[in-house]
Design a protein around this ligand. Structure first.
Ligand code: AMP
Length: 210
């Protein structure tokens, strides 16, 4: 199955992508994660992307389209994949269409903006191993310290409240029109993001079956 998860940043796409990955045995591909890895390893692409990411803006289409084309050509994508965070603009979706990839389903996870701001502002990440936490929903055992590796928990620059607001604006302007793009292909299922992750997961898995 070839799947796209759509939704505002912080709607829970990453978490649901991991669940579906285990459920269906297909890889979850996150352009945000690939870009962060590139940044960590100091590649030219990562350095180019950094300023855009820190400001909550989108990285130019040609960079992310290149990333996705390379990734989808890998062997593990042969039987399907889950795209989390791509496409994010109409030109990205058109590039995917033009490459001959036929998407079976688009799951649109809807969460109101006010909830997104609370969720994302509370997000913390381990600077050493990348594990994620939340000040309200997934507290570490000791404040500011990673349960897994003892690393320091930090707030990603793009999770700062002002950046979150900028990212939401970009989402409404650039990414939301993709819902109409994929509705034309008759593949969109809407899921209302719930307070409890497990409830969203139940609805997401049901949307895969229907
Ligand atoms: P994410 O973790 O998916 O929220 O992505 C983090 C950041 O990476 C975004 O705010 C963008 O700056 C960049 N990014 C990730 N995916 C894309 C994409 N498909 N198009 C443009 N920029 C992206």
């Amino acid at each position: 199955m070839k799947l796209i998860l759509l939704g505002a940043p912080g709607a829970g796409k990453g978490t649901q992508a991991e669940v579906i990955c285990k459920h269906l045995g297909i890889p979850a591909i996150s352009t945000g994660n690939i870009l962060r890895e590139a940044l960590k390893s100091g590649t030219e692409m990562g350095l180019k992307a950094k300023a855009f990411m820190d400001a909550g803006q989108l990285v130019p289409d040609e960079i992310v389209i290149g990333i996705i084309k390379d990734r989808l050509a890998e062997e593990d994508c042969k039987n399907g994949f889950i795209l989390d965070g791509f496409p994010r603009t109409i030109p990205q979706a058109e590039a995917l269409d033009a490459s001959g990839v036929v998407i079976d389903r688009v799951i649109d996870i809807e969460v109101p903006d006010e909830k997104i701001v609370t969720r994302m502002s509370g997000r913390r990440v381990c600077e050493k191993c990348g594990a994620t936490y939340h000040l309200l929903y997934k507290k570490p055992k000791a404040e500011g310290v990673c349960d897994i590796c003892g690393g320091t928990l930090i707030q990603r620059k793009d999770d700062h409240p002002d950046t979150v607001k900028a990212r939401l604006e970009v989402y409404h302007k650039e990414t939301e029109p993709l819902i109409a793009h994929y509705k034309k292909q008759g593949v969109v299922k809407r899921v209302d993001g719930q307070e409890e992750v497990a409830d969203t997961t139940r609805l997401t898995l049901a949307a895969l079956e229907a």
